[in-house]
Write a protein that binds this ligand. Structure first.
Ligand SMILES: Cc1cc2nc3c(=O)[nH]c(=O)nc-3n(C[C@H](O)[C@H](O)[C@H](O)COP(=O)(O)OP(=O)(O)OC[C@H]3O[C@@H](n4cnc5c(N)ncnc54)[C@H](O)[C@@H]3O)c2cc1C
Length: 397
């Protein structure tokens, strides 16, 4: 199998298929795993944790869990003066392994853990540019540097701007959700959270909102139960994980048409300090003093800009030797923290369908159809829920 994209979905799928004796090669456009900022905190709930447990070798799954934080499983929304508008349980835990309750992962650490055992299978600097169907039912992928690769199945796990989706489903729309974020983190000073207000740690995620059409602040603590580098060394065989300290992921978001928000192209051209200035200007002055204090603790060098997209439902298509998982087919806004959860669930569902086909002799095309029909059912309802919540909470279009 060929998997295009070594993000969370592609890596989970590669593990799942290999565990079932299916050969995989991953092709990733980035030159190496740390070629660009990938983000900070990622919250996995029931679908993501159960999917990881299904796809990963058991000891790697345990290493994933050992390198997470378990903040209180509640999500809260506060107004700009920190009055609580809503406070509810985060999605329930999976009961999978030790994974009761949602977990706060550090995304780069999770990717490092998931790359373990796959390094010989990932080809970097390989940007898919085209593919073609062959007469014998296989598919040949073409990469921008001239490389080609053939397989029975090509899986597009290449994220929101998926080249595979554009080729397979050229009419499948992905819309600008009308939200821009400046995303960064607040590292603990001297391993202590004492500078950060206690209410930040009462929830796995807190949104402080100025109301629809206004800016908002998102805060998610990541306090590791064990230092990732130490947990990696304790694994057999040892897994080299970069040292990282506890932090609070912190983002300022606002509608794209907010008068102080530059175009996304302009945002991308700004320095870290420029991004910080924009975020502070967009947010304005009239917020609880804790909000201003928190932004004073932001690590300026950690900031980068994001544009949020959301996919429209796609009518059923003819299944064949090319399919899609994750953001490549169902990009959604991050308000429900479900994008990676769903990408990993897809990996698990596709693993199940393909391994059943390998065992029973079911034609590959039928297995792909089974996966696609299940995936489009659950995924597009989550996209719609995310859009609804995004409109209520943060002025998503
Ligand atoms: C601010 C923010 C916070 C979020 N928080 C959460 C959260 O807490 N929980 C959650 O579940 N979700 C969260 N999400 C959503 C989550 O990040 C995505 O849904 C998830 O990363 C999708 O995984 P993926 O594997 O489909 O795509 P990606 O992780 O985007 O991976 C795609 C990979 O494909 C590669 N690629 C792209 N094009 C090509 C090409 N042509 N050829 C080869 N390779 C290519 C890319 O380089 C990349 O490595 C958040 C999103 C944002 C923006």
């Amino acid at each position: 199998m060929i998997i295009v994209g070594a993000g969370l979905g592609g890596l989970a799928l590669a593990h799942g298929l290999r565990s079932n004796g299916i050969d995989v090669a991953l092709y990733e456009r980035d030159a190496h795993p740390d070629a660009r900022p990938q983000g900070y905190r990622i919250q996995l709930d029931e679908p993501g944790l159960a999917g990881l447990e299904h796809c990963l070798p058991p000891t790697l799954f345990q290493l994933c869990l050992a390198t997470t934080g378990t903040p209180p499983a509640r999500v809260s929304v506060r107004d700009r003066h920190l009055r609580v508008l809503a406070d509810k349980a985060a999605l329930s835990g999976s009961g999978a392994g030790n994974a009761a309750g949602p977990r706060a992962f550090n995304r780069p650490t999770l990717r490092q853990v998931m790359l373990s055992g796959l390094r010989d299978h990932v080809h970097y600097g390989a940007r898919l540019s085209a593919y073609q169907y062959e007469a014998d039912g296989t598919v040949t992928a073409r990469f921008a540097d001239g490389r080609t690769a053939s397989a029975d199945l090509l899986v597009g796990a290449d994220g929101v701007n998926s080249a595979v989706r554009r080729l397979l489903l050229p009419d499948a729309p992905v819309h600008d959700a009308g939200l821009r974020l400046v995303y960064g983190k607040i590292p603990f000073k001297r391993n202590s959270r004492s500078d950060i207000p206690d209410w930040v740690f009462e929830n796995i995620f807190t949104v402080v909102t100025g109301g629809p059409g206004h800016p908002h602040l998102g805060l998610g603590p990541v306090e590791f139960s064990d230092r990732p580098d130490r947990a990696g060394l304790a694994h057999t065989p040892p897994v080299a994980l970069s040292p990282v300290g506890d932090y609070v992921a912190c983002m300022v978001g606002a509608p794209a048409d907010h008068p102080s928000m530059p175009s996304f192209e302009q945002l991308r051209g700004l320095t870290h300090a420029g991004l910080r200035d924009v975020a502070l200007r967009v947010l304005g002055a009239d917020w609880h003093e804790d909000v201003h204090r928190l932004l004073g603790l932001w690590d300026t060098d950690s900031l980068f800009p994001l544009r949020i997209s959301t996919a429209a439902p796609v009518p059923a298509w003819d299944s064949g030797p090319v399919t899609l998982i994750g953001d490549a087919i169902h990009a959604m806004s991050p308000v429900l923290a479900m994008g990676a959860n769903t990408a990993i669930r897809d990996a698990s569902e596709l693993t199940r369908a393909l391994s059943t086909a390998a065992r029973t002799g079911e034609p590959l095309k039928d297995a792909v159809r089974t996966y696609e029909s299940r995936m489009t059912d659950y995924a597009f309802s989550i996209v719609a829920d995310s859009q609804r919540t995004g409109r209520q909470r943060v002025g998503q279009r």
